[in-house]
Design a protein around this ligand. Structure first.
Ligand SMILES: [Zn+2]
Length: 139
């Protein structure tokens, strides 16, 4: 029941917190769709696993919904767009890939529903989801 309520609450958030507007005009609009292919794994910094693990230790839950499992350390500006930000902690945010009610904050908030896109305002949108989740009353 809580899962269903959460799904309904997500729809409520779209209406009440202006996420719809953000999604329509901002999240989607601000999203840069790229046709660039993924960067081959071998060109990634050898320091990335350490940086990722350190970030995950200091940010151990999805920064949108609070989920503790199925986490991804997401690059706000993708590595393929700006490799210089690969290890920059200010460019990272922890997002889940399979949260409550099958939310996928990584796909929806980080990539606006398409892994070829990215949402430069993902932190703002994650804060809105947090605020929405705190305001929900489950029966
Ligand atoms: Zn999440």
């Amino acid at each position: 029941m809580q899962v269903l309520a959460l799904g309904k609450a997500m729809n409520k958030t779209v209406r009440d917190f202006g996420l719809g507007a953000t999604t329509a005009a901002g999240l989607w609009g601000a999203t840069t769709l790229s046709t660039l292919d993924r960067v081959p794994h071998e060109v990634r910094s050898p320091s990335w696993p350490r940086i990722r693990n350190n970030y995950l230790r200091s940010h151990p839950v999805c920064e949108a919904c609070g989920q503790k499992d199925n986490l991804n350390v997401h690059h706000i500006i993708p590595f393929r767009i700006d490799p210089s930000k690969e290890l920059d902690e200010s460019n990272l945010i922890t997002l889940c890939t399979d949260g409550p009610g099958h939310m996928n904050c990584h796909l929806v908030l980080g990539h606006a529903g398409n892994y070829k896109g990215h949402n430069e305002r993902v932190r703002e949108d994650a804060e809105r989801i947090q605020a929405m989740l705190k305001s929900i009353k489950f029966k």
